[in-house]
Design a protein around this ligand. Structure first.
Ligand code: G
Ligand code: G
Ligand code: MN
Ligand code: NA
Length: 253
């Protein structure tokens, strides 16, 4: 309960901030986009992990408000990169309640307009469990977002229960391979088979595929061999501030 109250004031006191983890095209080496990740710097507790406070915010419903702040902040930042001459796609994580209880499509439309951000520079990361809940409503929301031009990614792909028929029915642009499968691809035959299968699935459904949690050259070599398009992980970059992203964009050209 203490943390829940703390979270409410955290927003007012500007204790939340976003960091951005760059994603890289494996073949060209260019930055493909970034994933926005929220951080909470609590004055007494120090850094509180989103792994701890997001589930709490989700339970209390506060996630709808926090999620709105995160979306607005990420889009405003992407507009700054764009204005600096670097159109860079920002991926925002969406939680189940934000998707099913909030009015996500209208919120996204309003925020894009407010920030004057072209829709294709926003990607929403949804988990399989979000997609499998209330499929008709999910389809309606995704169709609206997709019609606007917003990109849709499935986060932690392979860890949930999405059915392949839904994957075909829903307007999905990107599969993000969960880092638990990527971790041991250098030597675990099962993980190599799973990752290869996900890459193949994405290719045949004309989706982009992003490998998460890439930390070593050996993992990268395998992904390159299997034609995985994009990687994200400490090997390329940790999550960094918005200004640091701009610096990286400047040095790559
Ligand atoms: O950044 P980190 O690895 O500490 O994130 C831990 C967990 O918190 C991950 O599951 C991540 O998806 C989630 N998370 C981080 N930032 C956000 C956010 O802005 N919104 C939501 N809904 N989840 C987030
Ligand atoms: O659930 P989601 O995929 O949104 O969570 C992403 C989380 O993974 C972030 O909290 C981020 O800090 C973390 N992360 C990003 N790259 C790496 C990596 O290379 N290794 C590990 N162990 N974690 C990573
Ligand atoms: Mn994510
Ligand atoms: Na993930």
């Amino acid at each position: 309960l203490h943390m829940e109250i703390g979270l409410r004031v955290a927003m007012e006191r500007n204790e939340l901030k976003l960091v951005y983890q760059p994603q890289r095209h494996i073949f060209s080496g260019e930055m493909a986009g970034v994933e926005a990740l929220v951080r909470w710097h609590e004055p007494r507790l120090g850094m509180v992990s989103p792994g701890d406070f997001i589930p709490l915010a989700e339970e209390s419903g506060l996630i709808v408000l926090i999620g709105e702040w995160i979306l607005r902040q990420a889009c405003a930042q992407a507009q700054q990169w764009l204005a600096a001459g670097f159109p860079t796609r920002v991926a925002v994580n969406v939680s189940p309640r934000q998707f099913h209880d909030g009015d996500l499509a209208n919120l996204v439309a309003a925020v894009l307009q407010e920030c004057r951000l072209p829709a294709h520079l926003l990607e929403l990361e949804l988990t399989e469990s979000i997609l499998m809940q209330n499929i008709e409503q999910t389809l309606a929301i995704l169709d609206r977002l997709h019609a606007m031009g917003v990109k849709i990614a499935i986060d932690d792909f392979g860890t949930g229960y999405s059915s392949l028929s839904y994957l075909k029915r829903l307007p999905i642009d990107v599969l993000k391979i969960d880092q638990s499968f990527v971790r041991d691809i250098a030597d675990d035959p099962d993980d190599r088979a799973i990752v290869s299968a996900i890459i193949g699935l994405a290719h045949s459904l004309q989706m982009d595929v992003i490998a998460e949690g890439v930390e070593t050259e050996a993992q990268l070599a395998f992904l390159r061999e299997r034609q995985c398009g994009i990687m994200q992980g400490y090997l390329f970059s940790r999550p960094v501030g918005g200004d640091e992203v701009l610096r990286l964009l400047r040095t790559q050209c």
